[in-house]
Design a protein around this ligand. Structure first.
Ligand code: HEC
Ligand code: HEC
Length: 613
């Protein structure tokens, strides 16, 4: 640690100490060209990037990119740009003037944040999984190198001189600082255990500060007023400072006004203003930045936005800021002085069915009728249908948050199969966790009783949205199964291990819609003294387990190896005690390669039926 500090001090002299040297560009779903004439935003649901002419405030081009584009950046001072296509594992270059795609580069998996070097010659990209930063030559479009950057790395910013990269870990809010020249870690500011969903980092142009929006997930309190909290954290980049982080609660910033799910922050070019948008409560704060290490920011105004604001950016001339309302498919321009909206630009057409859109709006909403206290939305724990990386202490026992991917094929739901349709989440909405008004008028049926489906269009829409998540192919099987994974497959399907007796079919689970209602005691239930639902569990799908540690209903297995070894001492969960170390690692390689084929087509071909809503 001491060694690191020395290196840090050297870094400071080189970069951070100098006023102005900190200004950087931070990854966002939106970017504005340096000359202030073009705005680009990625549209996750449409799979496109839209270019808006800022002189006329008219949409100029909408360019098809692929599945789930995330970060977008202009290259240096140019009108060329690059976008991270999360779902297709590629970085695509676009000419902003002509609206033409200008080549793309494949990366290993899940590119998320993206920034350009000051001269636009290179781009740096975070890979959410497996947690790397990749450097790409923007001219030759070749990957120059990649280096490990943490776990689930999303946010990315680059210093104005291009010398430093700042990355955030999504599930911990840890900030890591790298030397852009050699990829060496030069500094680190750790988050607290409760810090979560930190997907962006913004540098102040002159103060030695970075701002990160995130939530806190307090897993011990499954109650609306005590589980999820919104934060803006100011990270002090001067390494001699003992207290590195100043956490500013965004639910007590303005009296009793509670906000939820801070998603992005922007700082004005002069460093005097800060804007933060809340994707759960559909509102934002405009703040003054204070030259004060204790208060940091002061509220200027509280503004309502459109639905699900996910990005905010300030124009280079500091006259306008732009808010991207993802579920209105609109960018709204505001005057920075009066804070009044001046233009609304529709950037893409709604690509979803009306029903899925309604479900998604409600799933992301921390307002009534979903949530009574405004701290929490379904998406606070299931962001974009992905897990929140947490094991919650629920009244029924410890429960690891599941991914929603593929769940339309694996009903019943929940680890204890205590729900047979998403509509049963009416109980969650009305219960102590969300304290919402709920969506059904009249009597709500018991979870495993008569159906709750068909009682409310809005609730059916939430089910349609939840069931719309597909499982992406594993990056570990891109080049087919490795030799080790092939040996693992033999073991998996062998009579000896018995894995496929329960993890069977295209979704590797025996609990399927319209199937028999089966649960198994695999010896894991006694580990948790708070367990109230018995020791039998619903067989989980194994698709996508390469990225969903920790494992088992109580999240006690940190790795897949542990599931098969230390957590299966008595061979009650398949027979694994006879396996050699190599065999265990072969089996793990196989699990990591799932899915290696399109499970949905395989399931359809096998005559299986999925739940649509
Ligand atoms: C505080 C965090 C939290 C919130 C808020 C939350 N969930 Fe969950 N969700 C979880 C956890 C933890 C599990 C696993 C629980 C279990 O299995 O008993 C889960 C499981 C699920 C599952 C089952 C997935 C499967 O494959 O079995 C669905 C569907 C789901 N949640 C939907 C919702 C909806 C809809 C909302 C909003 C009404 C919501 N959740 C709100 C944490 C949360
Ligand atoms: C008797 C049925 C059964 C057999 C046999 C079985 N499993 Fe499981 N598996 C389950 C159940 C049930 C769970 C959930 C247990 C829990 O959460 O406590 C589970 C959980 C898992 C998980 C954790 C998934 C997650 O998302 O957390 C993995 C990985 C897994 N099994 C792999 C295997 C492998 C590999 C084998 C063969 C060695 C195997 N299982 C054999 C029923 C079975």
């Amino acid at each position: 640690m001491r060694m690191l500090s020395v290196a840090l001090a050297a870094g400071m002299v080189m970069g951070w100490g100098v006023a102005g040297a900190l200004a950087g560009t931070s990854s966002s779903l939106m970017d504005i060209s340096t000359d202030g004439t073009l705005l680009a935003c990625t549209n996750r649901d449409s799979g496109t990037v839209t270019l808006v002419d800022l002189k006329t405030h008219k949409k100029r081009h909408e360019v098809r990119l692929g599945t789930k584009p995330e970060g977008v950046t202009f290259l240096g001072d140019s009108h060329r740009l690059a976008a991270a296509i999360y779902g297709d594992d590629k970085v695509t270059f676009i000419d902003g003037d002509s609206g033409k795609v200008d080549g793309s580069v494949d990366v290993f998996d899940e590119p998320y944040g993206i920034v350009s070097s000051p001269d636009g010659s290179r781009v740096f990209v975070t890979l959410d999984y497996p947690g790397e930063i990749v450097e790409i030559d923007a001219g030759s479009r070749k990957v120059l190198r990649s280096f490990p950057a943490g776990k689930f790395v999303r946010g990315l910013a680059i210093s104005k001189d291009g010398g430093r990269l700042y990355a955030t870990e999504y599930y911990t809010s840890t900030v890591k600082v790298f030397d852009a020249a050699d990829g060496k870690l030069v500094d680190e500011s750790k988050g607290r255990e409760v810090d979560n969903l930190c997907r962006q980092i913004v540098l102040h142009p002159t103060r030695p500060k970075a701002y990160i929006p995130h939530i806190r997930s307090r897993i011990t309190a499954a109650r609306g007023e005590g589980s999820i909290f919104p934060y803006l954290t100011a990270v002090d980049l001067r390494t001699e400072k003992e207290s590195r982080r100043n956490r500013i609660p965004m639910d007590s910033f303005l009296g009793a006004v509670v906000t939820a799910n801070p998603w992005e922050v922007a700082v004005s070019p002069d460093g005097k203003q800060l804007y933060i948008v809340f994707a759960g409560t559909d509102d934002m704060f405009a703040c003054n930045v204070l030259d004060d290490d204790f208060r940091e920011v002061q509220r200027r105004d509280f503004l309502r936005t459109g639905r699900n604001p996910r990005a905010v950016k300030v124009s280079p001339d500091n006259k306008t800021f732009y808010v991207y309302n993802a579920l209105d498919f609109q960018v709204v321009a505001y005057d920075t002085k009066s804070l009044s909206p001046t233009h609304e630009i529709t950037v893409t057409d709604n690509p979803l069915t009306d029903e899925v859109l309604l479900g998604k709006v409600l799933f992301y909403s921390a307002n009534m009728p979903m949530s009574g206290r405004r701290w929490i939305s379904c998406s606070s724990c299931h962001p974009d249908g992905e897990p929140d990386g947490r094991t919650w202490q629920n009244p029924e026992g410890k429960r690891n948050t599941q991914s929603l991917a593929g769940m339309s094929w694996t009903h019943p739901i929940h680890w204890s199969a205590d729900r047979d349709e998403v509509q049963d989440f009416e109980h969650t909405i009305r219960g102590p966790l969300m304290q919402g008004r709920g969506l059904i008028r009249g009597k709500v049926m018991d979870s495993l009783g008569k159906p709750n489906s068909g009682l409310s269009d809005a609730l059916d829409a939430i089910a349609a949205y939840c069931n719309s998540h597909k499982v992406p192919l594993s990056p570990h099987s891109k080049n087919g199964l490795s030799e080790s994974a092939k040996r693992g497959r033999e073991l998996f399907f062998s009579k000896e291990t018995k894995c496929a007796e329960c993890h069977k079919g295209p979704y590797f689970c025996d609990s399927v819609p319209d199937g028999k209602f089966v649960m198994h005691d695999v010896g894991t239930g006694a580990d948790d003294p708070t367990e109230k639902m018995g020791t039998k569990y619903d067989t989980p799908t194994l698709l996508g387990v390469y990225r969903t540690a920790s494992y088992l209903h109580h999240g006690t297995a940190a790795t897949l190896e542990e599931v098969l070894t230390t957590r299966n001492k008595n061979d009650r969960h398949g027979k694994t005690s006879q396996l050699s170390k190599e065999q265990v690692s072969d089996l793990v390689e196989f699990l990591k390669a799932l899915p290696y084929e399109d499970s949905e087509s395989a399931a359809t071909a096998a005559g299986m039926k999925k739940v649509v809503k």
